[in-house]
Design a protein around this ligand. Structure first.
Ligand SMILES: [Zn+2]
Length: 187
């Protein structure tokens, strides 16, 4: 399983070698393989990660970009949206994490974890977000309507009394109800 990220690397970032303090690096892409999954069921995943090498002392390392790419390889393997895709979905709605949580019914903490890659969303959450993406913007409009109805209902219940319904019974059914008796069932 191989995954090549679409994001571009920014090699103009200022960096300092932790070994010698030099600030010039070359970036090469290294193919890394790693194991993922429960013991006994591990699969080998491949990720192409940027490796920074100090031009002075040769010290090399991978950084956060490498972490993200490895995580994306896991998401591709699991067939779930990547953190970047989830963030992109939310950014399209122009909502904060808190408001996106209110709209979707997801927990705000979950959204935070999915977007940072600290947690991989479960299948139902993943499929729900796929639908939101596929039917965007209608999907979001539908959720907005639903959450407005919910808010309106909450407000009306708290401010006014629940409606009461009174059923008028015919004299016949009233008298029948007085004669109603439970019969013992004999098997
Ligand atoms: Zn160095």
């Amino acid at each position: 399983m191989e995954y090549t990220p679409s994001n571009q690397l920014n090699s103009t970032d200022s960096r300092e070698c932790i070994e010698c303090g030099h600030n010039e690096f070359t970036v090469t892409t290294e193919t890394q393989t790693f194991l993922y999954g429960d013991t006994g069921k591990e699969v080998e995943l491949t990720a192409h990660v940027p490796v920074w090498s100090c031009t002075n002392c040769g010290f090399s390392y991978t950084d956060e970009a490498g972490e993200i790419i490895r995580h994306e390889a896991v998401c591709a393997h699991l067939g779930v949206l990547t953190p970047a895709q989830i963030k992109e979905l939310r950014k399209r709605t122009k909502l904060s994490q808190a408001d996106f949580a209110k709209l979707t019914g997801f927990g705000e903490a979950s959204i935070k974890r999915w977007e940072t890659g600290a947690l991989v969303q479960n299948t139902s959450a993943d499929r729900f977000m796929r639908l939101l993406l596929h039917f965007y913007p209608h999907s979001i409009q539908a959720l907005q309507a639903a959450s407005q109805n919910l808010t309106a209902r909450d407000t009306s219940l708290s401010q006014t009394k629940r409606p009461r319904f009174r059923t008028s019974l015919s004299q016949e059914s009233l008298s029948a109800s007085h004669h109603f008796q439970l019969r013992q069932v004999i098997n």
